[in-house]
Write a protein that binds this ligand. Structure first.
Ligand code: ADP
Ligand code: MG
Length: 141
């Protein structure tokens, strides 16, 4: 998508943005979502998942660390949230294995601690809350 900045107003628009990004994805794809708790990372991922054909509702993986959803054309959407993980090292092998399958779409929230495991060509979205309550999203690829 190149480098661009979006202003997103409301949850529905964030889901629509997730869907738009899904339409433009060329696999293999690793998406790193950066931004504070409550900024909309999981909401974005819901829109992305729906557009990729995930039928079941996507919920936050913050307690389970990861959630996996089968994709209609093979592979899985694998959604990680490392926020509560004191030692991301224990996820290294699983993450590496997931990343090694080019059919997967991998979305990572709070990936800072495992950044060196992530491919350099990942799509990185930096989300921030703005004064009026909308979200600013910077797309970096
Ligand atoms: P995160 O995964 O970054 O912690 P969530 O997606 O779980 O954030 O939560 C975002 C919360 O903010 C939701 O309750 C959502 O309804 C609300 N919200 C308000 N405006 C927006 C917006 N523009 N984009 C995304 N979420 C928004
Ligand atoms: Mg989240």
């Amino acid at each position: 998508m190149g480098k661009e900045i979006r202003q997103i107003y409301g949850e529905e628009e964030m889901r629509a943005f997730g869907a738009e990004v899904a339409q433009n994805l060329a696999r293999p794809v690793v998406l790193e979502l950066v931004g504070d708790v409550g900024v909309g990372k999981t909401t974005f991922t819901q829109g992305l998942a729906h557009e990729l054909g995930v039928q079941e509702p996507l919920t936050s993986p913050s307690f389970t660390i990861s959630k996996r959803y089968a994709l209609p054309d093979g592979g899985e959407l694998v959604h990680y949230d490392f926020y509560r993980l004191a030692d991301p090292g224990i996820m290294r092998d699983e993450l590496a294995e997931t990343l090694a399958n080019p059919a997967n779409v991998v979305v990572i929230e709070w990936g800072g601690e495992v950044a060196e495991l992530l491919p350099k060509n990942r799509l990185r979205l930096v989300l921030a809350l703005t004064d009026d309550g909308s979200r600013r999203v910077e797309v970096d690829d």
